[in-house]
Design a protein around this ligand. Sequence first.
Ligand code: OGA
Ligand code: NI
Length: 374
Amino acid sequence: MQARFAAAPNVAGSIDRSVVVSMASKTDLCSWPEPVVSVQSLSDSGAVAVPGKYVKPLSDRPVLIGGGGGRGLRIPVVDLRGGRAAAAQAVSEACREWGFFQVVNHGVPAELVEAVRRAWRGFFRLPLEAKNAYANSPRTYEGFGSRLGVEKDAPLDWGDYYFLNLKPASPGEYWPALPDELRAVTEEYGAEVQRLCELLLGALSAGLGLEESFLREAFGGAEGVGTCMRVNLYPKCPQPELTLGLSPHSDPGGVTVLLADDHVDGLQVRRHSEWVPVRPIAGAFIVNIADQIQVISNAMYKSVEHRVIVNEKEERLSVAFFYNPGGDVSIGPAKEVISEKHVALYPTNTFNEYRKYVREKGPRGKSQVESLKF
Ligand code: OGA
Ligand code: NI
């Protein structure tokens, strides 16, 4: 092993730094394999063609005519006004049937939601140099970025994003200093949406016939769970039929609560072999099950693939909130859902181990959770 990783001495006998750096970046995910270009800057440059790196193979390109397919199908809507028992029933039904739903009367104040949208739009409107002060690396992804995955020459998606950990929170230097109110409103929003996620996890636990606290405890308990956020900005695209804002993927964590753009659509959900467009209801959040819930529930609930299409006329902003197990928490099928008839389908991994794959490969459908299967 030693030989493989020893730094090559140069002619003068000292260590060749260029070799050390490139090996470090390969093993520690410290840097991107090629310079990162902000998609907003490409869009603003007025180019009439999408650069080759963003062009998807024919089979992956979206169909944009007639709303993109799905034959008018709609993801379910869950109203949380009806009390705990009704919510548990509706949530677990929506999750078994679709794995994706809209939630209304969720209790997160509308003014706070608007303040979050305003703050992040403000951030993305800053000059590129101001945003690049927060340029991220694949080690933690915290900060401003335009790329997921570290494979050189991999096709790229038409979007910029900002990634932040909320719980435990990213260190201060990762938080944009402008707009002024961004950090305060984002933290308040994070606390509210975390509460909503805990309610949803209670419903999902009850839907498995388990204690309401079951999934939350499995994720590490009130103090152990992790939350993070990705704010996505999909700029206008000159050839939306050739690319995607975000390639098909399932989310790696527990549950995702998405605040979609209030007037530009783009999210699509895979239903069997079709892509069903999501039309957000005003004031609703879009919720989906992610891979760790599929693993713990031994596939009673399944994570669902989704993707984002872009358009020529308007940019789109979305705020994805991820409620995850703590990084060091081991996640495997719960013994309560395993029996002779329902044997464990997945091994146990910590969430950090699991997430590493996604961080290296970028969006790859449901390949990771499927490849875990015994
Ligand atoms: C995500 C995601 C969807 C969207 O950030 O994981 O799926 O509409 N976003 O931006
Ligand atoms: Ni997603």
